[in-house]
Design a protein. Sequence first.
Length: 473
Amino acid sequence: MVVFSAYVFPKDFIFGAATASFQIEGAWNESGKSESCWDHITHFTDKIDDHSNGDIACDSYHKLDEDIKALKELGVDSYRFSISWPRILPDGFSNNVNPDGIRYYNELIDKLLANNITPLVTIYHWDHPQSLQLLGGWTNPRMVEYFADYARVAFEHFGDRVKQWATFNEPEKFCRDTIWGEGLSLGSVALDAVAPYLCAHTILRAHAKAYHIYKNEFSKQNGKLGIVLNLTWYEPLTNTTKDIDASNRKLEFEFGIYAHPIFTKDGDFPKVVKERVANLSKLQSFTKSRLPEFTEEDINEIRDTADFLGINHYTTSLISDASDEIDLFTPSTFNDIAVNYTIDPSWPASEIFWLYDVPWGLYKALMYVKNYTNNHPVYITENGFCEEAIDDQGRVHYYQGYLQSLSNAISDGTNIVGHYAWSLLDNFEWYRGYTKKFGLYYVNFTDPSRPRTARSSAKWLKNFIHDVKSNNL
Ligand code: NOJ
C-alpha cells in the first residue's frame, strides 16, 4: 500500500478507460459486418432523441491509432473495449467468421500491447446481430449456445493476448429495456412482466457456459473471466423498516438477480426475488411464476463462475417503499419491485437526468459488494459523469470525490483491483444519441475527421494517475 496525499492505492492497481463497440466504432456495414440490433433500432424507429445512429460514431474502426494516442496520453494501464458480434460473426453463428472483423480486433489488441496497455475485453455490450433478434433475442434459450460459440471464437482468435474477459455488460439494463428490437418496453405483459426474467435466465446460463468453455478448453491461456453488473447505490429515504426493506429489495432485483446465482454459496436467484415474483404471479392468475426456475444442474453450473466482478457505478438514488401505491393485479417488473426513487436536491447534477455526484454512494456500494461476494476481486469497469464543456470542472469534481471514496473503501478492506473511467471518448449514448457527453476526450461529431480534444478532466486524471504511480515507485 502506498499513501499519496489522502489517496491509498495498492501497488498494482489498474487505472483504465472504457468504451463499447456500437458506441464508438461506426463502419456499421463495412468489410463484412452485418446489421446489429442497435443498427436496426436506430435506422427503423424514432426512439433516439436526436434521430442519430452509430453509422459513423467516433469512427474508431478507422481511427484506432487516435484512440490509442489518447489512452497513451492519459497514462492508463488498461483499455476496456467490446467486440461487435456482427462484425466477427455476421450471421450470428460461428460457422461464418468474418476475417476483416478478426483483423480489426487483432490490430487493436496488438497496438495496445505494443503501447503497454492491457486489454479488458467485453464480449457482449448490447449489439448482437439483428438476425438473432429476429429469433427472439435474449428471450430465446438457444442464445445460450449461440453466445457460447461466439465467445469460443473470441477466445480462439484473441485469447493468446487478451487475459481479461468480461462476458456481459450490464445484463439487468439490456434485459429491461433494450432487447425488444424496437427499443424500450412496449407496454405488454409479455414484455414488461415476463421477458426481463426470461432474459436473465438465459444470460446467466450463457455466462456460465462461456466460463466453463474458457476454463476447460482454454486453460492454457491462463486468463481471467468475469461479468460486468450495474450497481447504482440505493439508500433508504428514511430509516423506517419499510424503506430499508425497499432499498434492499431494489438492490436484489437489480444487482442480486445476477450476482446471487454467481457469487453466493446458495446460488440461484435471491430469495426475495423468487418469493415476490411467485406470490404476485399467483395473485395475477398465472399458472406459474413469471420468473423461470433454474434446475439443480443450472444452479451448480452457474455458481462460482467469475474470477472477478466488474461493477459499473455512476450514482445514488433515495428509495422509498411503494407497496401501498401499486396495483398488485397488474403484472409488471415495476410492481414486482414496488419502490419510488428520489434524490437529495443538494447533490450536484450532471447533464443527464439520472446522474448526480454522490461520492459516498460508491463507498457504500463497494462495502455492500464486499459482503455480498465474500470479498471477491472487483474492477470498477465504468464510472463517469455527463458534462459537455471542454473545461469540465463538474467531471473533475466528480472524479476527485469518487476516487477518494474508492481509496477509502480500499483502506477499509475491499478488494478493488482497478478503475475504468467511462468514457475515453464522447460517443453514442444509446437512446440519448449524441446529445449527452461522457468523454474525457471531446469528439467533434460535425467534423468528418472526428477530431478528439482532451477535456480538463483528461488532464486532471492524467496527473492523478501519474502522481499515484510515481508515489508507488
Ligand atoms: C453504462 C453502459 O454500459 C454504457 O454503455 C453507457 O454509455 C453508460 N452506462 C452511460 O450511460
